[in-house]
Design a protein. Structure first.
Length: 153
């Protein structure tokens, strides 16, 4: 793996489409974010992401700021990714896992991909990959906890 690609996975006891639907709803991002930086969805965002969708977030890392993202990868139920002005990509991959019990299980992989970023050397210099790995693990845990707490409708 490249220092510019941080990837973590977690197997979650839930259907891949259900997990995908949570991530495809930008209003859910503050609830599942493990970094503590995603604060609130900005007005004008679509209720569900699709290829080319733009959505903004109120953020805070030290100081508050706003960021606009564009969905750049979309494969219904399997893959969803977005990027912002710097070019690095946040990606989710959903893969069904055979658990042997018949209950749905999914391997969810979240990636921070700075390979296409404009300032990737600066991102590494300030320790972004290390922080991001920790935050991704926390996000995957929060996603699992959210799914476990919400009954299937």
């Amino acid at each position: 793996m490249s220092v510019y690609l941080v990837s973590e996975s977690r197997v979650i006891d839930a259907d891949a489409q259900r997990l995908f639907d949570i991530v495809a709803d930008p209003a859910m991002h503050p609830r599942i974010d493990g970094s503590g930086s995603v604060r609130e969805l900005l007005d004008g965002a679509p209720p569900r992401l699709a290829l080319g969708s733009k959505f903004g977030m109120d953020m805070k890392i030290g100081a508050p700021y706003k960021i606009v993202n564009t969905v750049v990868e979309f494969d219904e139920g399997h893959r969803l990714a977005w990027r912002h002005f710097n070019g690095h990509i946040w990606r989710y991959i959903f893969e069904p896992v055979d658990g042997g019990t018949g209950a749905p299980r999914t391997k969810v992989t979240e990636q921070w991909d700075a390979r296409p970023a404009k300032s990737r050397l600066a991102l590494v210099a300030v320790g972004w990959p290390i922080r991001t790995r920790r935050d991704i693990r926390a996000t995957l845990q929060r996603l699992e906890e959210f799914v476990a707490a919400e009954p299937v409708s």
